[in-house]
Ligand binder design. Structure first.
Ligand SMILES: *Cc1c(COP(=O)(O)O)cnc(C)c1O
Length: 426
């Protein structure tokens, strides 16, 4: 698509460009397999000599169109959709880090990613060092080893809302000749494009704002195409792959080596593929992403200001507030707004916070965030209920913390709901 189009135009029109007489709307190619007229053509597809869809585990026209759209939105050379955000995290790391390797990760990351790294991937023989995202460049630099293969962090951490200094993380990663992988789920490319600040790979849980309607679990990996893999640390990309007759990804696919390998090697072997139907639903969500993010942000800003001024609020964490520790970084990296997620505590601690949550009517209690409908969660009694108060504190989650995910309803109705809930805990 033309480079001159604005990002909101791309949200609608990128990725699928119908020819004369073709459907206006991206069709769902609900087919596992595709027809070819000769074994020779099939062989060339299998050997990656020619491009084309032949089996939906590897690629599919519906998913392919959505991948092209997301790659454009982030400004990358290619993308790979996955069955869930968790699969995107797994594949993004495994693609360049084998057993015996080491990863430097921000400690402020989504709990599911932390479990994947700390338990499952450690059991696979990959080691992790978790660093405070607010640590100095020197302190983060001290976590590197000879076998470090990447740095991982979240633009806006879920649920602590810590704003990442992307350029600081990119500098430390590049000083150590490894790429920076960023989970950009919360701001979405509408509010932040990490490649513009030096990130090399971006991943998302598309389950959140990208889909936005809580209909389809999914994930995506996007490759900036900018990292130079030829530094001796990535033989999986720069040396022959014997499962593809010895092709060398960096030679055959140039700047797209990483994302091609993620698909042809890991998606082939792991099969954590998105369904064409879910890719279609994701695409519908993406069409209104720009509009929705604007409203999520303006609504959340209004709610944050309302909560900050409310006498029954003990504390509030929203990077759009001037009083917030992440305000300056948010202004730099997300000048148009962060996202709709706010965390706060009701005065009096855990009990009043829970009573307040249960009194909400419009905002529903769900294990989800980044939904078009306002929702709320008390992590200490749900997602983090196995942790004691000390462990909760270590995870940055106080016993009174409520995570409010502001939707795109009318702001007056959202605030009226909060008002009536506060009245019940007086
Ligand atoms: C939800 C989430 C994930 C995991 O995504 P799933 O689609 O639920 O597998 C990863 N990162 C962040 C920041 C998330 O919020």
């Amino acid at each position: 698509m033309s480079n001159n189009y604005h990002i909101n135009t791309r949200c609608l029109q990128s990725g699928y460009n119908p020819a004369n007489g073709e459907p206006r709307v991206l069709p769902i190619y609900q087919s596992t397999t595709f027809v070819y007229d000769s074994a020779d053509t099939m062989g060339k597809l299998f050997d990656l000599e020619v491009a084309g869809d032949f089996y939906t585990r590897l690629s599919n026209p519906t998913s392919g169109a959505v991948e092209r759209k997301i790659a454009e939105l982030e400004g990358g050379v290619g993308a790979l959709l996955t069955s869930a955000g968790q699969a995107a995290s797994l594949i993004s790391v495994l693609n360049i880090c084998r057993s015996g390797g080491h990863v430097v990760s921000s400690a402020s990351i989504y709990g599911g990613t932390y479990n994947l790294f700390h338990k499952t991937m450690r059991e696979m023989g990959i080691d992790f060092t978790f660093v405070d995202p607010q640590a100095s460049e020197e302190e983060i630099g001290a976590a590197f080893r000879d076998n470090t293969r990447l740095v991982f962090a979240e633009t806006l951490a879920n649920p602590t809302m810590v704003v990442l200094d992307i350029e600081k993380f990119a500098r430390v990663a590049h000083k150590n000749d490894v790429p920076l992988i960023i989970d950009n789920t919360f701001p979405t490319p509408v509010n932040c494009r990490p490649f513009e600040f030096g990130a090399d790979i971006v991943i998302h849980s598309t389950t959140k704002y990208m889909d936005g309607h809580a209909t389809a679990v999914g994930g995506v990996i996007v490759d900036s195409g900018k990292f130079d893999w030829n530094n001796g640390k990535y033989p999986e990309l720069t040396e022959p792959d014997d499962s593809y007759h010895g092709i060398v990804y960096t030679k055959q696919f140039g700047p797209a080596a990483y994302i091609v390998k993620a698909r042809t090697h890991l998606m082939r072997d792991i099969g954590a593929v998105i369904s064409p139907n879910n890719a279609f639903l994701l695409n519908l969500g993406l069409e209104t992403l720009f509009l929705r993010m604007e409203r999520h942000c303006s609504n959340a800003q209004a709610v944050a200001e309302y909560l900050e001024a409310h006498p029954q609020v003990e504390w509030i964490n929203y990077p759009g507030l001037k009083s917030n520790a992440g305000y300056e970084l948010a202004q730099k990296y997300m000048p148009n707004g962060t996202c709709g997620v706010i965390s706060f505590g009701v005065k009096g601690g855990r009990e009043p916070s829970m009573k307040f949550m249960e009194a909400l009517k419009l905002a529903k209690i769900v294990i989800h965030v980044a939904d078009a409908r306002t929702c709320v969660l008390h992590p200490a009694s749900t997602t983090h209920r196995q942790l004691n108060d000390q462990q909760l504190a270590d995870a940055g989650i106080s016993p009174d913390l409520l995570r409010l995910s502001i939707g795109i309803e009318h702001i007056d109705d959202i605030i009226a709901d909060l008002d009536q809930a506060f009245a019940t805990v007086k």
